[in-house]
Design a protein around this ligand. Sequence first.
Ligand SMILES: C[S@@+](CC[C@H](N)C(=O)[O-])C[C@H]1O[C@@H](n2cnc3c(N)ncnc32)[C@H](O)[C@@H]1O
Length: 209
Amino acid sequence: MTQKRRPSSARWLAEHESDPYVQEARRLGYRSRAVFKLKEIQEKDKILRPGQIVVDLGAAPGGWSQYARPLLGAKGQLFALDILPFDPIPAVDIIVGDFREDAVLHQLEAKVGDLSVDVVLSDMAPNLSGVDAADQAGSIHLCELALEFAKAHLKPRGTLLVKAFQGEGFDAYLKVMREAFETVSIRKPKASRARSSEVYLLARNFRAV
Ligand SMILES: C[S@@+](CC[C@H](N)C(=O)[O-])C[C@H]1O[C@@H](n2cnc3c(N)ncnc32)[C@H](O)[C@@H]1O
């Protein structure tokens, strides 16, 4: 297994501070630069609409939920889950826990209840260990759990947007996604760093059986 070379924390901080997306997120009061990834996908693909039931997995610190909530209107609902605690967002139902644990999944399922979910978002990414193979496996595992949740709770023709890293297991995951949804498109928003193998898989029209 190879060790990933990481930028020094001083270099990371300098890069972070000069990042236009970081600056724009601060200016607009968003908690993360990640918001611009969802915004670009929303502007192109219009996945979020008023009245929808939406689940945001890997939601902390809350940028995607902050952006998504107003788009859902008064009749919409948003459930947001993360292993890390994060500050409340008005009208967002937050669950704190590890999505890999059954007890946490059941907590989310208890809140969602019988509602059919319109959109599952997952920006989950494991804490990087620096060991590529382990990080890749951890990420694909989270993608698989998001897909399992989507299959169990999405309404027919529902949408799943999931972050995945290209590498071992990616093609197999894409294949399983394509069996469950009519279309799967790969999105690489501008705010996603070019050097990162991260992409977003947008699966639409869930084939509920
Ligand atoms: C890139 S961040 C999400 C940023 C978020 N979309 C935003 O806009 O603020 C990835 C998140 O996935 C979460 N995560 C990683 N593993 C998780 C797990 N097993 N269960 C729940 N959340 C997890 C991390 O804690 C982290 O907050």
